[in-house]
Ligand binder design. Structure first.
Ligand code: ZN
Ligand code: ZN
Length: 156
């Protein structure tokens, strides 16, 4: 197969991570990148050791599942936990970030947001990203990457 681009590589990574999600409402993945190196990844799920939505059902208040930490937050928190700088990093997300995650992304000094799918794009989130000078780009996942992988007949 053709050599894949960095953008598709990181976007594919976020989609793989989304398959680790424990919430049944929406499966989201996020990958934080600096200088074309992955520094953190996250998916939406419960806190470590907590019960999972896939086992207990979602904990819904006002139409939102409150049990989970969003993928973007998990990735940023992972950086905090291990002392990795997020300044000038990029984030690749399967879905357009929510307002809370948008604020965290901006505040963490992340300079580019690449998203595969539009998802309830909040006008205030769009406005905040613009105002902060964050580069926002729609990068739909090329699903042929995974087909090529499944059909790869090279010796392993
Ligand atoms: Zn849930
Ligand atoms: Zn969010």
């Amino acid at each position: 197969m053709e050599r894949i681009s960095w953008k598709q590589y990181f976007m594919a990574q976020s989609h793989l991570l989304s398959y680790r999600s424990t919430c049944t409402r929406l499966t989201v993945g996020a990958t934080i990148v600096r200088d074309n190196r992955i520094i953190a990844g996250g998916y939406n799920g419960s806190i470590a050791g907590g019960v999972h939505c896939i086992d207990e059902g979602c904990y819904v208040i006002d139409g939102h599942c409150v049990r989970t930490i969003h993928a973007e937050m998990n990735a940023i928190i992972q950086c905090a936990k291990f002392g990795v700088a997020t300044t000038d990093a990029e984030i690749y997300v399967t879905h357009f970030p929510c307002l809370q995650c948008t604020k965290a992304i901006i505040q963490a000094g992340i300079k580019s947001v690449y998203y595969a799918e539009n998802y309830r794009n909040h006008p205030y989130a769009v406005e905040l990203l613009e105002h902060a000078g964050v580069h926002v780009e729609h990068v739909p996942l090329d699903k042929k990457i995974f087909l090529a992988f499944a059909n790869d007949e090279r010796e392993s």
